[in-house]
Design a protein around this ligand. Structure first.
Ligand code: PLP
Length: 424
């Protein structure tokens, strides 16, 4: 077969873009060569509906071993009693959790999307907001922090069946113990979505939700530095009071409900090549090298936030405990959209983001979200963070000056030269 140069030229162009630029999108990272190799392996050819040992297809002996390894490594990484590695994405993991924990129409309490929550936490355009009944908590206007008294008040008033702790754009520790007390006070299931900080949690650098939350989901491609995908875990299995019952009227175990919510509830055949890549990434995450990486991600984020604040940028909540921060650009007289577009012209990638109590639409926004996982994988350290803030500040102050943006772009490319990423 002739080589598909149309596509492979585009893949080469994307590789160049990734190599040249400063990648500051908080949800992105660069996987290792081994993760890439597993994701591009012959396992993509295999159908394996079902679970290891209980498949609907023949010839699954090898992928059974692959999937069992992924499960065991993940359980070890998070000290979990239960793990499911099949969800194709974070959103599909969350779909399965909703499906297993509640019935359509049931009420749940999630983090307001405009304050940092995710689409799957109750957006009206998402399954979570269409099939279930969301109510929201947010952050305090003065502090930018989750107001736990307010969460408790709303929970008492609304009596949700499930409460979600977790976010896409929240730079602070989450108090899972307090969330559990609130959930217990109203008899709700507590679900933590750790898609963003999973790598930091795995290495003990942020508080651990597993001892406190009934169910935990995550993506595998952000701080965990694996292939794109989702996972579901439990510290301990339990009988779900709101789930489907067994024929004899007894409550079903949550592990049974979660497994059948993933397959056959939401997905068909698992992506065994991606599960192999997840297993490689979990193996990497179990090492001390990954601990050093995560420590550096956190140090870099703190240095970046401090450098921004030194230049009078409004970092929401006044800093960061994790790998990211949200910056309100209203005092700089530029929208998130204009900032994002100008930064791309200078080879710097961030994403525009709503800030709490934003007065602009989600397409324009008043802020940008910035994270350090990807630049830390490239080998950047604290001293580089001040240079990054200088670049960003110059872009923001000259966002309509194409010549200056190109000049900054060339400086960015120079900075990233000699910071290799992929083998040739
Ligand atoms: N949950 C949170 C908190 C997220 O930030 C994201 C992705 O940004 C997801 C879930 C969904 O992940 P995916 O894009 O893999 O569906």
């Amino acid at each position: 077969m002739q080589r598909d140069t149309e596509i492979f030229d585009l893949i080469d162009a994307e590789k160049e873009r990734q190599l040249n630029g400063l990648e500051l999108i908080a949800s992105e990272n660069f996987v290792s060569d081994q993760v890439l190799e597993a994701a591009g392996s012959v396992l993509t050819n295999k159908y394996a509906e079902g679970y290891p040992g209980k498949r609907y297809y023949g010839g699954c002996e090898v992928v059974d071993e692959v999937e069992n390894l992924a499960i065991e490594r993940l359980k070890e990484l998070f000290n979990a009693e239960y793990a499911n590695v099949q969800p194709h994405s974070g959103s599909q993991a969350n779909t399965a959790v909703f499906h297993a924990c509640m019935n359509p129409g049931d009420k749940f309490l999630g983090f307001d999307l405009s304050h940092g929550g995710h689409l799957t936490h109750g957006s009206p355009v998402n399954f979570s907001g269409k099939l279930y009944q969301p109510v929201f908590y947010g952050v305090n206007k003065e502090t930018g922090l989750i107001d736990y008294d307010e969460v408790a008040r709303i929970a008492k008033e609304e009596k949700p069946k499930m409460i979600i702790a977790g976010a896409s754009a929240y730079s602070r520790e989450i108090d899972y113990k307090k969330f559990r007390e609130i959930a217990d006070s109203v008899g709700a299931i507590l679900f933590a979505d750790i898609a963003h900080p999973a790598g930091l949690i795995a290495k003990g650098l942020l508080s651990d939700p597993l001892p406190h939350c009934h169910v935990v989901s995550s993506t595998t491609h952000k701080t965990l530095r694996g292939p794109r995908g989702g996972i579901i875990m439990m510290g301990k299995d339990f009988d779900n009071p709101f789930g489907e019952k067994l024929k004899n009227g007894n409550l079903k175990k949550m592990s049974t409900l979660l497994n059948s919510a993933v397959f056959p509830g939401n997905q068909g055949g698992p992506l065994e090549h991606i599960i192999a890549a997840k297993a490689v990434a979990f193996g990497e995450a179990l090492t001390d090298e990954f601990l050093h990486y995560m420590v550096q991600v956190k140090k870099n984020a703190r240095a970046l936030a401090e450098a921004f604040m030194a230049k009078d940028y409004q970092v929401i909540s006044g800093g960061t405990d994790n790998h990211m921060m949200l910056i309100d650009l209203r005092n700089k007289n530029i929208s998130g959209k204009d900032a994002e577009e100008a930064l791309v012209k200078a080879d710097i990638t961030v994403n525009k983001n709503m800030v709490p109590f934003d007065d602009k639409s989600p397409f324009v926004t008043s802020g940008i979200r910035i994270g350090t996982p990807a630049v830390t994988t490239r080998g950047l350290v604290e001293e580089d963070m001040a240079t990054i803030v200088d670049f960003i500040d110059r872009v923001i102050n000259n966002y309509q000056d194409e010549e200056e943006l190109e000049k900054i772009g060339n400086e960015v490319i120079d900075m990233m030269k000699g910071k290799p990423l992929f083998k040739d």
